[in-house]
Ligand binder design. Sequence first.
Ligand code: SF4
Length: 101
Amino acid sequence: MSRISVDEARTLWHEGSDEELKRLAQEVRARYHEPNHATYMVMRIINYTNVCVAQCDYCAFYVLPNQEGGYVLSRGCRSTTTATYSRPSVTATASGSSSTR
Ligand code: SF4
């Protein structure tokens, strides 16, 4: 169990196939975690306002200040929204069973 050298990393970067990189990544992951267990976190990004002045070209979300349709959630609403979306983390196994913590 050792780190790869800079030369090995360079070779992998330039010449490694996706399959080889996936296999190597899986090997390293298995050093630290049970191979048949995967975990993930439920994450929410709560948009407490849609008012923005950046005007990014690709954005269909924002409204300018004082433009119709703008909103800012109240502190109480933000707390409720955060609590509503809070969920325990879930652990899933390769067999499909899961548990919460
Ligand atoms: S993506 Fe939309 S909301 Fe985000 S900074 Fe750009 S304009 Fe504002």
